[in-house]
Design a protein around this ligand. Sequence first.
Ligand SMILES: Cc1cc2nc3c(=O)[nH]c(=O)nc-3n(C[C@H](O)[C@H](O)[C@H](O)COP(=O)(O)OP(=O)(O)OC[C@H]3O[C@@H](n4cnc5c(N)ncnc54)[C@H](O)[C@@H]3O)c2cc1C
Length: 509
Amino acid sequence: MNDCLDEEKGTINGGEGGSVSIKQPNGTKTPSEAPNHATTRRHKTNLPTISHPSNALRFLHKIQAPHNASAVDSSPLQAELPLNIIVVGGGLGGLATSIALARRGHSVTVLEQAHELGEVGAGIQIPSNSSLLLERWGVGTFLAGKAVEPQGITIRRWQDGSKIGYTKLIPEFRENFGASYHVVHRAHFHEALYSRALQLGVDVRVDCRVVTYDDEDASVELANGTTLSADLIVAADGIKSAARQLVLGGRDQKPKPTGFAAYRATVDVEKILADPDVVWLLEKPSLDIWIGEDRHVMTYTIAAGKSFNMVLSHVDRSDPQTWDNKTALDDMRREFSGWDPQLTKIIYMINKTIKWPLCAGTPLPRWVAPSSKLLILGDAAHAMVPYMSQGAAMAVEDGAALAMVLNSINNRSSIPFALKVFEKERLQRTSQMQQASMANGTIWHFPDGPQQEARDEAMRPEVEGKHFLSSANQWSDPVTQWWAYGYDAEAAMKDACDAAVSDLISKAC
Ligand SMILES: Cc1cc2nc3c(=O)[nH]c(=O)nc-3n(C[C@H](O)[C@H](O)[C@H](O)COP(=O)(O)OP(=O)(O)OC[C@H]3O[C@@H](n4cnc5c(N)ncnc54)[C@H](O)[C@@H]3O)c2cc1C
């Protein structure tokens, strides 16, 4: 792990007698090394060492070393120990991970069981913590003209659509968190990742179903009998992951039904444009969520505004085996009857829908097999309800963190240590996001009454444009915002790595 002490370090020796001028991952230099116009014009103060959470320190960093965190980083620091890595699963998580690894110089093969690459469902949100990484990795180019940037997120009352909560996204999210909040068609997101992966030389193979993992050997056997070996196997094989059981030593910890289900659908925008009662929904790009007892409906436009995406969630404890997709459309309409007439008008414009059970996992004891040659990430490791719109974002972060931690080593014997650091950081981050997602289900689904009234009251200042220090709306609450959207998975992994090395050194001394 010596590299954690030098290459990507930057500050570890700072407290031990001096400023260290070390190259940053993006090839730029630290303030002490780079001629920085902002800092040469201003009085330069040594940044204090602090351990308490403080946005004031962010401010000091910003004025002393302004940089665009989401600028395309076309020459990332390369791994000193380039590895052959197999990623199982060509979903959003697998492809994002392949990009994160390939751009650092690893040789990556993605194995996808499907005959064709693709994504189920229509829209997906790409929150700032994910778009920061994607833009940095050069994926943004492939999303240009396809992703939509909503102006804000409006939480509405189930009965009449009146505003209960409001999160302003433009320009706050880009200004504060360094990257915009986007919504996009899943197919476009997937295509963008695929294109960037190919550009980076990732070998993406379809029709390659892994039937056996060998975690001691770092090999996989495909359904056609072929065996493929690597230095490391990354299983991004989704919620039904077969690798998870092996990582957990034979006792799988499967994600379980949460008692929530969602209807997923799209509406042709021409229909909405033709109806004067609801056309306002398309006036500007926005995210709207109607919330009520046991249910909520999330809407936004995708495909550069050509399609209107809807996710209609409700409490449903029945066995998914008993669900009949032929009745899904009627069931969905019945489920939301009596809701805001403008919303139900749009619900009646839906021609077809799929009902989806929402499952969630609980924090796993580990993500990395004892051999340190197989690990899981993405939904395989941290399935969650989609109420923070962060499932795929967490998978993108996983990929970023893995590539970063592998950059901190220069010999194979350090791989187990590096993967432990990765596992610890990602377990904490994703477990908290699982909880935050579940919390939205609680906050949004109160029946009308004192709790609902107190919740609406707690969000009122943001609707009225008043200053607030906290909110029951997690998108707006300043503490939740900085934690969720102000997280840079690469920087956080580097910090975790530095801390782990310092810890190791102090224990050895
Ligand atoms: C209703 C809903 C709305 C959501 N909205 C959002 C949102 O707005 N924002 C967000 O960030 N997330 C959202 N999510 C979550 C997001 O969709 C998932 O977290 C994400 O797609 C998981 O990606 P993954 O690559 O880990 O898994 P998957 O997408 O499940 O990919 C796994 C891949 O592995 C392949 N595979 C599996 N087994 C094998 C095998 N043995 N051999 C080879 N290949 C194999 C599969 O075919 C599949 O392609 C939402 C989820 C739902 C249900």
